[in-house]
Design a protein around this ligand. Structure first.
Ligand code: ADP
Ligand code: MG
Length: 253
């Protein structure tokens, strides 16, 4: 692998006495699509949340684009960059959640302009112009004035993707982006994600959509019990898993 774009080493994370991440090493190449799969409770969301500093591990080290985000040499002594640097680095990491998390009192266009307008202090005209471009990109130009409640789940999730893109992130993290959708709406969201992948966006995708992982991902990691049990090329991991745990999981999904 070239110099990894995101690199986690020896990550441990506990909630109270329960250790949820038990020593995770994980690397993501620039411009690649990496899927994280595994049973519920295996630590996938927690791992994503550590990457964008929503959670702090107790032990280990995280680098994003060559910047050391945080490091602990002794358990419980994890140190992050100073708040300002973290804020800047976090702005370069976009996140898309299972439940869309759009601002309900804002239109689609307002949802995709609010961050560049108020965080980056860009002008109203410029953010509006780019906001419309982003909505077009997810095929929702005609819905710019609609509120989330007036949109389908698939449309809301596409607005959420456009909103994540509005900060011009270097990487997008997706946490089960299609799990809350009715089956007939899953395809339109995956299609947008495929477009982004083709355009060279670095993406980490927690998903149960094995066809997407198989066809779009460059790398698949299978997590179970707070560790990465198996990882590699999608065809190897998904078609001929080596471990019993991965075999069991893949037989069940
Ligand atoms: P996954 O996304 O793979 O389903 P999670 O990372 O959400 O797994 O959760 C892993 C484990 O950590 C689960 O047992 C969950 O209950 C626990 N957990 C996650 N977040 C918290 C939290 N904020 N407080 C306490 N326990 C948590
Ligand atoms: Mg999760």
């Amino acid at each position: 692998m070239n110099e990894p774009f995101i690199e986690l080493s020896g990550i441990h994370k506990s909630f109270g006495k329960v250790e949820v991440l038990k020593g995770v090493d994980y690397a993501v190449e620039r411009g690649s699509v990496s899927c994280l799969i595994g049973p519920s409770g295996s630590g996938k969301s927690t791992l994503l949340r550590c990457i964008n500093s929503l959670e702090q591990p107790e032990l280990g080290e995280i680098r994003v684009d060559g910047v050391l985000m945080g490091k602990a040499t002794r358990r419980g002594h994890y140190r992050v960059l100073d708040e300002k640097e973290i804020a800047g680095q976090r702005a370069s990491i976009g996140m898309v959640f299972q439940q869309f998390n759009l601002f309900p009192h804002m239109t689609a266009l307002e949802n995709v302009t609010v961050a560049p307008r108020w965080v980056k202090r860009e002008s109203r005209a410029e953010t509006k112009r780019r906001g419309m471009e982003l909505l077009e990109r997810v095929s929702l130009g005609s819905r710019a004035g609609h509120y989330p409640a007036e949109l389908s789940g698939g449309q809301q999730q596409r607005v959420a993707i456009a909103r994540a893109l509005s900060m011009q992130p270097k990487v997008l993290l997706f946490d089960e982006p299609t799990s809350a959708l009715d089956p007939e709406l899953v395809g339109e969201v995956l299609a947008v994600m495929k477009d982004l992948a083709r355009a060279g966006m670095t993406m980490i995708v927690v998903t149960h959509e094995m066809a997407f992982a198989h066809d779009v991902a460059d790398h698949v990691a299978f997590m179970d019990g707070g560790v990465i049990v198996e990882e590699g090329h999608p065809r190897d991991v998904l078609d001929s898993p080596r471990t019993e745990r991965a075999k069991d999981f893949l037989n069940r999904v």
